[in-house]
Design a protein around this ligand. Structure first.
Ligand SMILES: Cc1cc2nc3c(=O)[nH]c(=O)nc-3n(C[C@H](O)[C@H](O)[C@H](O)COP(=O)(O)OP(=O)(O)OC[C@H]3O[C@@H](n4cnc5c(N)ncnc54)[C@H](O)[C@@H]3O)c2cc1C
Length: 388
């Protein structure tokens, strides 16, 4: 049965059953992801096989047009896939987001040759990868300095600098990076393989959560980026590119939050079967979290449809506000689940404490809570603090 929710403007939004998002998805998650979540969380196991299998059933194809080997089912569908995986594991949900983010920049690139060559393999999960755009987004908003610099040379660009964290990568993976160019506005965006000459991948120190994400620091030392690997040039091309890509890139992250919040509400309801007599004294109850989830889900799906229809540019502010609310609700839900589960939730193999660490990631990954609040505050004063 479909679930219905009413969006704030009274539009009725239909939620699909988990089983109807993508044929084989629920079965794949149950067989290949659910049994591995503790290994991913505690032992930093990277779910490479699951990712390839997910790609093979169309789990990465939604935002890539059919002419480039995707399914073209759209942003909402991509969010739903991330949401389903995140009901079990946000670390894996983040990897799926990274795979979509990588393709999304290519989809919006004018480099047709690169798109034709790479998108079909990325859409089907034959090749995997991520995005090093956190520093670009933060530098565009005046939060930190741009860490990569590009200099024009014959046939391409010379890249120098270090990105401290890029996930879902390795020597066989791909990612895109953004670099400043002296005298130009905006950024040069490039598409880079993990074994690119002049690039060194340095494994990150261990994280307290999200440790199975294959996260590396990327050091560029006179790394030559040929023009054939340029996704977007600085200046006017970048301004238009950023306007086209921004909302969808960020709204996609809502899949992680929706999946996590759903899982937290389910945990609270299970706990209430034996402990409702005492759980009922807690501030946030399962019904409160579920009601907020239905609203957030309805708002996310409706916004995704609007972005698919009209493009990213008109919806940046709505997206930032919803993404902020999604991070806050994730923290609230995980906190409530932990308090419901009590000491049991404190065990290393119990999902409640993992959900808490995952929720903090949703709130701190770029755009982080403080970043979102800064950008929204600046938008109130002057429109478009930054494009990326
Ligand atoms: C598990 C994980 C995965 C991530 N994956 C990606 C990704 O795929 N792509 C991407 O672009 N970004 C990624 N990030 C970065 C993330 O999006 C944020 O930009 C980052 O967490 C910093 O945000 P912040 O708001 O805390 O920044 P700030 O408040 O500005 O603070 C960042 C702080 O971290 C410090 N720092 C930087 N690098 C390191 C390091 N290697 N070790 C210790 N301290 C350091 C800085 O000096 C600074 O003090 C990832 C981060 C984590 C934790």
């Amino acid at each position: 049965m479909n679930t219905l929710a009413r969006e704030s403007n009274s539009q009725i939004v239909k939620f699909p059953d988990s089983g109807t998002v993508l044929p084989g998805l629920v079965e794949l998650i149950a067989a290949d992801l659910a049994p591995k979540v503790v290994d991913i969380d505690v032992n930093a196991a990277y779910p490479k096989e699951f990712m390839h299998k997910l790609g093979a059933i169309g789990g990465f194809a939604s935002m890539t047009p059919t002419e480039f080997g995707g399914s073209g089912r759209g942003l909402k569908h991509a969010i739903q896939v991330i949401e389903e995986a995140s009901k079990e594991c946000v670390s894996t949900g983040f990897l799926i987001w990274a795979q979509y983010a990588l393709q999304w920049y290519l989809v919006n690139s004018a480099n047709t040759e690169l798109k034709s060559k790479m998108l079909p393999k990325l859409a089907m999960g034959e090749l995997l990868g991520g995005t090093g755009q956190s520093n670009s987004m933060k530098s565009c908003c005046g939060i930190e300095e741009a860490r990569l610099k590009a200099t024009k040379v014959e046939g391409g660009w010379m890249i120098n600098g270090t990105l401290p964290w890029v996930s879902n990568i390795g020597v066989e993976h791909f990612f895109h990076m953004g670099a400043t160019v002296e005298g130009e506005t905006g950024l040069l965006i490039g598409f880079v393989p993990g074994n690119h000459p002049g690039l060194t991948l340095v494994p990150s120190p261990h994280f307290v959560g999200m440790d199975g994400t294959n996260t590396f620091a990327c050091q560029f030392r006179d790394a030559f980026l040929p023009d054939s690997q340029v996704v977007c040039r600085p200046g006017a091309e970048f301004t238009a590119f950023a306007a086209r890509t921004k909302s969808a890139f960020i709204l996609l992250q809502m899949g992680m939050g929706l999946g996590l919040i759903d899982a937290c509400a389910a945990m609270m309801k299970r706990s209430n079967k034996t402990h409702s007599h005492v759980n009922r004294y807690l501030d946030d109850q399962a019904e409160d979290i579920e009601a907020a989830l239905l609203e957030a889900r309805a708002a996310t799906y409706a916004l995704a449809d609007r972005i698919d229809q009209d493009g990213s540019a008109p919806y940046v502010k709505d997206t930032l506000a919803l993404r902020l609310a999604g991070g806050e609700l994730s923290l609230k839900a995980a906190n409530a689940a932990m308090l419901h589960l009590g000491a049991k939730g404190y065990l290393l193999n119990n999902a409640a404490q993992r959900r808490l660490r995952e929720a903090y990631f949703i709130a701190i990954v770029t755009p982080a809570t403080k970043h979102l609040r800064k950008e929204l505050a600046e938008m109130e004063q002057a429109p478009a603090c930054c494009a990326a």
